[in-house]
Design a protein. Structure first.
Length: 423
């Protein structure tokens, strides 16, 4: 049953429609080119370790930049940051398409380029995650984030498309498509008219405090304030710690997954797309269900904790099963995954004040990226020593399962009030 707030507020405003469709366009192109780049690296180097280095180079700046971008984006326009970075990305991918189209490829240069692209994506993510909630009308957070989840899921359908076109036409045309999608998204985003009142509020608060801080000193103060806020909010803190561990395990799974299929099966990249594609379909279905039916507030913590436990168990064992069973388990994982995402993101983003969203999302992103980076690098190194990469994934998932029991299950008194709210 819908709350009065939901009944009285329209979700699909002009600004919400623009940001949603714009992000969908850019995600579709970016996913296609990103997966094609992964295939290129694997085929060029033939090394799982080199593949993990490629991923790590992309993730490395995301360990550092959210510290600064979160603080900055609470005092400056997040919208201008979003469309400026989309225009910049369009130009960079077009340049990269031209270079690769003329036969240029160098793994060291590619690694350096990935560091730069990772920096852009890191700042963009914090800006987007902090601006998007401002466009959601009161009472519609679950609906809005279910839509975001469905669209993000739809981008994964570009993985088999990328595999097909990469084999047929190569990497350069795919990067050119990515450039076009970023340009379209940026043009659309310039039409958003949402006011960013938090900027003026921050200025007023600084004047009221009497502090004369500027430049680096102000940024450092804001960074410290962001982590202090996270420490004082126990519910947010324990959720963030758990997602560090689940991101750690996710980094290992993502790094080992594609190499496992390529080394274990003929046409393994197609089987990889088939198996993970079944989970993608399930996430899309789950997102539609969350859009149509609200999760009762009083049960959200209990549902989320159960989902966390089940997701880790499934991810630990599914690669040991036949392909049809893998697909079935990925379907279950997909539906549970979108449930986890919707409950967590709608609860945290509706709870954190607008003027603190940048710093909170920056701190949260550091933990997520740090976990993913460690999972990627450690699993890549272990792949040179462990005969079966499935053992690596299982070990990481067991650690994530323990984290769910300790940090989510052991801190119900803090997390349940955060999750069990109407939003």
């Amino acid at each position: 049953m819908e709350t009065p707030a939901v009944q009285g507020n329209r979700l699909w405003t002009k600004d919400f429609t623009i940001i949603t469709l714009g992000s969908l366009v850019s995600m579709l192109g970016n996913t296609m080119s990103g997966f094609a780049m992964s295939l290129l690296v694997l085929e060029y180097t033939g090394s799982t370790l080199a593949y993990s280095i490629y991923i790590a180079c992309f993730m490395l700046p995301q360990l550092i930049m959210p510290i600064f971008s979160g603080a900055i984006l609470d005092r400056f326009s997040r919208l201008k940051t979003i469309y400026s970075l989309d225009f910049l990305s369009a130009g960079l991918y077009l340049l990269f398409a031209i270079l690769l189209g003329n036969g240029w490829f160098s793994f060291p240069v590619l690694a350096v380029t990935c560091v730069f692209l990772g920096t852009i994506e890191s700042v963009y993510f914090v800006a987007y995650e902090s601006f998007y909630p401002l466009l959601i009308s009161e009472g519609n957070y679950q609906k809005a984030y279910s839509i975001a989840s469905v669209f993000e899921t739809m981008s994964f359908f570009m993985v088999p498309v990328a595999t097909f076109f990469y084999k047929q036409i190569g990497i350069a045309p795919l990067l050119a498509v990515d450039a076009v999608t970023f340009f379209i998204a940026a043009v659309m985003e310039t039409r958003i008219t949402q006011k960013e009142d938090y900027v003026e509020k921050q200025k007023a608060d600084l004047l009221e405090s009497g502090e004369e801080l500027k430049g680096a000193k102000l940024m450092l103060r804001d960074i410290k304030d962001g982590f202090a806020y996270l420490r004082t909010e126990k519910g947010l803190l324990f959720v963030a710690i758990y997602f560090f561990f689940t991101s750690l395990a996710g980094g290992a799974e993502e790094t080992m997954g594609l190499p496992f299929f390529k080394n274990s099966f003929e046409n393994g990249e197609y089987l990889f797309s088939l198996v993970y594609g079944s989970g993608v379909v399930a996430r899309a279905v789950g997102g539609v269900l969350h859009y149509k039916f609200r999760i009762p507030a009083k049960h959200r913590y209990k549902i989320a904790f159960t989902v966390y436990i089940c997701l880790n168990i499934i991810a630990a064992v599914y690669l040991y099963t036949p392909i049809p069973v893998m697909m079935a388990m990925c379907v279950v994982e997909g539906i549970m995954g979108v449930t986890s995402y919707t409950i967590r993101i709608s609860a945290t983003q509706s709870y954190v004040p607008d003027e603190r969203k940048g710093r909170f999302n920056g701190a949260f992103e550091i933990l997520l990226t740090g976990g993913f980076f460690l999972g990627t690098t450690i699993s890549g190194a272990l792949s040179e020593l462990v005969p079966d990469v499935r053992y690596i994934i299982t070990g990481f998932m067991a650690l994530s399962l323990l984290a769910a029991i300790v940090f989510i299950g052991g801190n119900k008194r803090y997390i349940a009030p955060l999750y069990n709210t109407e939003n």
